[in-house]
Design a protein around this ligand. Structure first.
Ligand code: ADP
Ligand code: ASP
Ligand code: MG
Length: 409
């Protein structure tokens, strides 16, 4: 073509942004604008909003715990629908666009179905198409394992596709388009006076995301940090500048608390009458790990008469799997009670300024106490404090804590 390209842009549009034909045409118009400004554009799209949930429900209607390989084959169709429609919409505007599945775009993963990790990205075909002057539309959330099976990257995984492709293509710009104006101090749907952040560090974004702020998939932020991909989170409905996610700067440390998040997808398992001797905890958590379940908080009580209680939290979706995986072991070691509860939520405050400021925990506990909200478990790290509370109180707690730390407008 001999055309001179100004830059290479990766744009990702989430489920709401492609939620109906009008919105898909809106995306096409935005992509066309970037293309006509002289950029090579790679577009990653999610399934239309509600489609992935619908497919999961459909699968469960056929089988109570669907085989994960087949579930991935099914789930990948959501994004495959959107790439075709987006490419068509671009053709309607006179732009040559080509849609590619994850596999066709060179996204290779391990074989852990429903939460596969990207092992390698070889976007040869993407490069060829870009060089031929095409806009390339790639299906988010999916890849292919070495055996050739379709895999998916975990919920919200289109973010990861975008970041991984931006890294592999050495994109000049990576833009995550969504249904809010950027990353806020708290979920703007729960906390009305939440404030949009101009920028946020990888570590803070990573904590916020893995602690429940679903605006970015946490694994995608991890990937971005590792491969130094600077990206922006912004709205597909307007031209506001959004939030830049990047390496931390000195100035960022001045802010003690960057944001508050709540994760309602938590479940708690308690093993009581666990023998208090070396090796027991290792056996229990080895079993859980072998089932590919991420354990989050762990609390062990002081032991009484050689026995102790062990409580830990896991993602709600893994509750059945966890229960099954440790049932026989619990019987084996004589842990006679085995309870599990849903209805818990994890509330967290996050900020790199916590490294150099004291008193955050006290302020947090005080705010909750004033509202008579009971704390069931606590965990801390260098830049966050998390508490487990009752789900029914979670939204109120979030507002109260947000106010306590002066995060509002
Ligand atoms: P997409 O479909 O574009 O990937 P998601 O639904 O995955 O969008 O993520 C966007 C949503 O994340 C917003 O609608 C918002 O309700 C929620 N959210 C939670 N916490 C935050 C936060 N701190 N800042 C912005 N949005 C947040
Ligand atoms: N469609 C997938 C999901 O709903 C992936 C994504 O939207 O990023 O989780
Ligand atoms: Mg998302």
């Amino acid at each position: 073509m001999g055309r001179q390209w100004m830059k290479l842009i990766v744009q990702k549009y989430g489920g709401t942004s492609v939620g109906n034909p009008e919105r898909i045409k809106n995306v096409a118009a935005r992509v066309k604008r970037s293309y006509e400004e002289g950029a090579q554009v790679v577009v990653i799209v999610s399934a239309m909003s509600g489609v992935t949930d619908g497919l999961i429900k459909l699968a469960r209607d056929v089988h109570p715990s669907p085989p994960e390989r087949e579930l991935d084959v099914l789930l990948a169709t959501g994004e495959q629908t959107t790439i075709a429609l987006t490419a068509m919409a671009l053709h309607g505007l006179g732009i040559q666009a080509v849609s590619l599945t994850g596999a066709q775009a060179g996204i290779v993963t391990d074989g852990v179905h429903t939460k596969a990790k990207i092992s390698n990205v070889t976007p040869k075909r993407v490069h060829e198409l870009l060089d031929a002057g095409k806009v390339v539309i790639v299906a988010g959330f999916q890849g292919v394992d070495p055996a050739g099976s379709i895999t998916t990257l975990g919920r919200g995984g289109s973010d990861l596709t975008a970041i991984a492709l931006a890294a592999a293509l050495k994109a000049d710009l990576c833009e995550i388009y969504t249904d809010v104006d950027g990353v806020y101090t708290a979920d703007p749907r729960i906390v009305k006076d939440a404030r949009k952040l101009d920028d946020v560090s990888y570590d803070e974004m990573l904590e916020l995301a893995s602690l429940g702020a679903k605006v970015m998939q946490s694994r995608s932020v991890e990937f971005a940090k590792k491969f130094k991909v600077v990206f922006s989170v912004r709205s597909s409905m307007n031209d506001n500048p959004g939030t830049i996610v990047k390496k931390e700067t000195r100035k960022m440390e001045d802010v003690v608390i960057r944001g508050v998040s709540v994760d309602k997808n938590q479940a708690k398992i308690t093993l009581s009458h666990v023998p208090d001797k070396p090796g027991v905890a290792a056996r229990i958590f080895k079993k859980i790990a072998d089932s590919q379940i991420n354990v989050d908080m762990i609390v062990q009580n002081v032991s009484a008469e050689g026995h102790t209680d062990l409580t830990f939290t896991i993602p709600k979706d893994d509750l059945e799997k966890a229960r099954k995986s440790i049932q026989s072991l619990a019987a084996d070691i004589g842990a006679n009670t085995f309870a599990s509860t849903e209805g818990i939520a994890k509330l967290s405050v996050v900020g790199i300024g916590m490294r150099s400021h004291t008193g955050v925990a006290a302020d947090l506990f005080e705010a909750l106490a004033a509202e008579k909200i009971n704390i069931q478990m606590i965990s801390t790290s260098e830049i966050k404090i998390s508490v487990i509370i009752d789900t029914a109180q979670a939204d109120r707690a979030m507002n109260v804590v947000h106010g306590k730390f002066g995060l509002g407008k």
